[in-house]
Structure formats: structure tokens, C-alpha cells
Design a protein around this ligand. Structure first.
Ligand SMILES: Cc1cc2nc3c(=O)[nH]c(=O)nc-3n(C[C@H](O)[C@H](O)[C@H](O)COP(=O)(O)OP(=O)(O)OC[C@H]3O[C@@H](n4cnc5c(N)ncnc54)[C@H](O)[C@@H]3O)c2cc1C
Ligand code: SF4
Length: 437
């Protein structure tokens, strides 16, 4: 059962959502950096999608050259601070650290990374020399990790960059989606301000690109267009009762939580439908918002869940319960939800099948749907962008879409990975754009 009291103020919210990777002090960073073995062919570098030279930046921290360490990090990953806090380091750099082989705690690479980059953010230190303007213009749709990474790399190489963002804040899901106990809004936005001041790209906020005339305008005014639009709203389940009050999508609930904090509406008994990382986040967050009972309901077994084991453990520690091998068939209620009707399932030849006569009803006050995200099909159809069967944008080895003027990367192409993957792909796409404009 969740142990959290409903937060009634921002202070109480911050306590319930205390940072799981808090910033290191100077002494902690010095001690931790001195444990690194500076491995030759360091496996931690290979495990990082952006290929940060981890032993180098750790050595720089240890020799009190924090600004040098920050430059090493930003050279490879311009979301250096955010990634230090939000990356699943357990399965990336820290999971690859050689200390794991001797049953010794791996180096806390993520926290060291945030420690060093915070020094540059706080001092506004500029690390890079920009090439002279090359007379080319690129429009970027979406100021998420992919869009900003692409824009920063292009700016470094003398391209004039305009980023068009539907929302009023930059960084995409980093500020609107990631769990608040991983990174605060203030932390995300101070890194974004630092980047915008350093790289000089212009972000046009509240600019949702979705009409034919807007698209034509961009196509006429720019040499290339990069789509960093990510995924879209939470997917529908396609069962009766989804329209009831207090039935919401996980992405919408988490966006509300990040913006409204303690004022977010949730409580009583919450059922979260899904078995991925987003479901774990939504469940954990519901507990921390003071819900009395939070149940994750997943149509396959525990072993088949898409969520990382450590995310499931985090949700369990927050007080969730789980129902495995169950599938929702109806959401019940008059105006608001009052229960979910489930049927039990089994998996045969990899496929989920229902077991007849096993229906049961689980009462609840809220339902959070966390079974995936939809795509912006209308926009992509309007431009004429080819997609895979699952709706992801198809690109060639140069990140070019089926429309010669459009390039794409990030979640819109991968179908949903991590911030660090979107940053890595956005930068690679920028290099491809530079070759092609
Ligand atoms: C609930 C949740 C929790 C997550 N937690 C983590 C985590 O802890 N750690 C981690 O590393 N990753 C996490 N991720 C994944 C990570 O957030 C994404 O992989 C990453 O943000 C993808 O970056 P992107 O730039 O491709 O897309 P996004 O971050 O989605 O950014 C796309 C941007 O484009 C804008 N946009 C879209 N369409 C238009 C348009 N037509 N016109 C103008 N602007 C537009 C959007 O407003 C948005 O700002 C999480 C994802 C979710 C859903
Ligand atoms: S693997 Fe671990 S010990 Fe080796 S360089 Fe990387 S962080 Fe240091």
C-alpha cells in the first residue's frame, strides 16, 4: 500500500517527489571520481548512445577541472545535465562499468555528469567556437531532445536554425514526461536556457505546425526541414467507457503532474493499464500523489513486462500492487469511472488469448491508460512522409524521409526510446543534413 500523504503544497510535493539522483557535493564528486579505474577501451563509453568519453570527464573532475569535464560531456551530448539525471544508467554506462564484475558498486557516472555540467550551467561558460554562417537555413519542428540536439549541431556549423515548438516550454518530454523524482522542471529549463544562449538557435514557442499553408511556407523558406516531433497522445484502448470522467492517458496525466504539481487531480484507488516504463512511472507518481491504492494491470506475465526491472522495483517501493495476465474489456461508470471489467489471459505461441468465463470486476476511482502513444498521422499524410506499419517515420541511412526536403530522428522514428537516444540521433541527423544542403 502507498505510504504517501497527499501533497497540499509545492513543498510537500517536492518532498514526496524527492530526487532519486540528487546532485553531488564537491567532496562526494571528488571521492567518487577517485574510484574510477580510467579503463582502456572503457565499456562505459561503448554503452553510452552518445559515446561520451566517460573516463576522461571523470579524470577531469578528479583534477578539479570541472569546466573541462563539462566540455567533454557537451562535446558528445548537449543534454549532458538532464541525461545524467534521467538516463537509465543502470542498463547503460553504469550497467557496463567494470566494477559490476567484482560485485562492487559501479561508478555513479550519471551523478558525476550532472555535477560537472551544473558548473557550466551556473557560470554560463561558453565552450564552443562557431563556424561562420554558411548561408543555409534549416527549420526544425519540435523542441524536444532530437530537435534541440539537431539544431545545436547545425548552429555550430554556421547554419541558421529556427525551431518551431507547439508547447510553451522547450525539451519535449524531458520537462513534460519524465518522472518529477528524476529531474525538476527548474533543472531542465535552466539547461535549456544555457543551451539557447550558447548555441543561438531561435525557438518559436506555441507554434503548432499542422496546416498545409504553414508547411508550404517552411518548404519555401528553408533549405531543409527536420522533424523532431516525437510521439503523440496516449493510445486509445478501443473498449467501452474510455470517455468517462477520471479515465485519462498516462502522457496527459504526467504532463499535468509536471505542470500543476500538487494541484493535479488523482486519488482514491487508481488502476494503471500497461506494463511498460510509462505505466511504472504513472503508478509510482499516483502513489506519491497520495492515492490510497494503486494497481498495475498488465495483459501478459511479470516476466514479459516491457518495463526495466529497476523501474518496477521503484514502483513497488512506492506501494503499487500488480495484476498480471489480465485484459480490460470495459470501463464501467455513469459519469465517472467506478470499476474496470477484466478477463484473464494466457499467452500461446507468443500471442495473448483470453480465458473464457474468467471475467471479474475491479472497483476504482481513476483509470490511467499507459499502453502506448499514437502518431501525428494527419500532419505526416499532409507532407507525404512514408511510415512503417507501426506508424514510425521511415528514414534512410542519412536520416532522410521519403520527402527529399525532410529529415527526421528521435521517438518519431524509433517509436519511443530514451532522451539520450533522441539526442544522439538528432546530432547524427544534423551531420547528414550538413552533407545534403
Ligand atoms: C511518460 C514518459 C516518461 C519517460 N521517462 C524517461 C526517462 O526517465 N528517461 C529517459 O531517458 N527517457 C524517458 N522517456 C522517453 C523520452 O522522454 C523520449 O525518448 C524523448 O523525449 C524523445 O525525444 P524527441 O525529441 O524525439 O520527442 P519529444 O521529447 O516528444 O519532443 C517532441 C517535441 O515536438 C513538439 N511537437 C510535436 N509535434 C509538433 C508540431 N506539429 N509542431 C510543433 N511542435 C511539435 C512537442 O511539443 C515536443 O516538444 C519517457 C517518455 C515518456 C512518455
Ligand atoms: S568502466 Fe567504470 S571504472 Fe572503467 S572507466 Fe568506465 S566508469 Fe571508470
Amino acid at each position: 500500500m502507498p505510504q504517501y500523504k497527499k501533497p497540499m503544497s509545492n513543498e510537500e510535493f517536492n518532498l514526496n517527489f524527492a530526487q532519486i539522483k540528487p546532485l553531488m557535493s564537491d567532496t562526494e564528486a571528488y571521492y567518487e571520481s577517485s574510484r574510477c579505474l580510467y579503463c582502456y577501451d572503457a565499456p562505459c563509453i561503448t554503452a553510452c548512445p552518445t559515446g561520451i568519453d566517460i573516463p576522461l570527464f571523470i579524470r577531469q573532475i578528479n583534477s578539479k577541472n570541472e569546466q573541462g569535464a563539462a566540455k567533454t560531456i557537451y562535446d558528445s551530448n548537449i543534454f549532458g545535465y538532464a541525461c545524467g539525471k534521467v538516463c537509465p544508467t543502470e542498463v547503460l554506462c553504469e550497467g557496463a562499468c567494470v566494477y559490476n564484475h567484482s560485485d562492487v558498486k559501479p561508478i555513479e557516472i550519471g551523478r558525476l555528469q550532472s555535477y560537472a555540467t551544473k558548473k557550466s550551467i551556473d557560470s554560463g561558460k561558453k565552450h564552443f567556437n562557431f563556424k561562420a554562417p554558411i548561408g543555409k537555413k534549416v527549420a526544425i519542428i519540435g523542441a524536444g531532445p532530437a530537435g534541440i540536439s539537431c539544431g545545436a549541431e547545425l548552429s555550430l556549423h554556421g547554419v541558421s536554425v529556427d525551431i518551431f515548438e507547439a508547447r510553451e516550454k522547450p525539451s519535449g518530454l524531458t520537462v513534460y514526461g519524465v518522472a518529477p523524482y528524476k529531474i525538476t522542471n527548474e533543472e531542465v529549463l535552466s539547461e535549456m536556457e544555457y543551451l539557447e544562449a550558447q548555441y543561438g538557435f531561435k525557438i518559436h514557442y506555441n507554434k503548432f505546425i499542422n496546416t498545409r499553408s504553414e508547411i508550404e511556407e517552411l518548404q519555401n523558406a528553408y533549405d531543409a526541414i527536420f522533424l523532431g516531433i516525437g510521439l503523440w497522445r496516449s493510445s486509445e484502448l478501443g473498449i467501452p467507457g474510455e470517455e468517462l470522467d477520471q479515465v485519462t492517458g498516462a502522457v496527459e496525466f504526467i504532463e499535468d503532474l509536471r505542470m500543476q504539481k500538487h494541484q493535479t487531480q488523482i486519488g482514491g484507488k487508481v488502476i494503471v493499464l500497461g506494463g511498460g516504463n510509462t505505466a511504472m512511472d504513472a503508478a509510482s507518481e499516483s502513489c506519491r500523489m497520495g492515492a490510497a491504492d494503486v494497481v498495475i494491470a498488465y495483459r501478459r506475465s511479470h516476466e514479459e513486462m516491457g518495463a526495466y526491472a529497476f523501474e518496477y522495483e521503484l514502483a513497488k517501493a512506492a506501494g503499487i500492487r500488480s495484476l498480471f495476465n489480465v485484459m480490460p474489456v470495459e470501463i464501467i461508470g455513469s459519469t465517472s469511472v467506478s470499476a474496470v471489467r477484466f478477463v484473464r489471459t494466457k499467452v500461446e505461441d507468443g500471442k495473448v488469448t483470453v480465458i473464457d468465463g474468467t471475467e471479474f470486476t475491479e472497483p476504482c476511482d481513476w483509470v490511467i491508460k499507459a499502453t502506448g502513444q499514437s502518431r501525428q498521422e494527419d500532419l505526416l499524410d499532409m507532407i507525404g512522409i512514408g511510415r512503417s506499419k507501426s506508424g514510425n517515420i521511415l528514414v534512410d541511412g542519412e536520416y532522410r524521409t521519403s520527402h527529399h526536403k525532410y529529415f527526421a530522428a528521435g521517438d518519431a522514428v524509433s517509436g519511443g526510446q530514451e532522451v539520450v537516444n533522441a539526442v544522439a540521433e538528432g546530432k547524427k541527423a544534423a551531420k547528414a543534413i550538413l552533407k545534403n544542403i
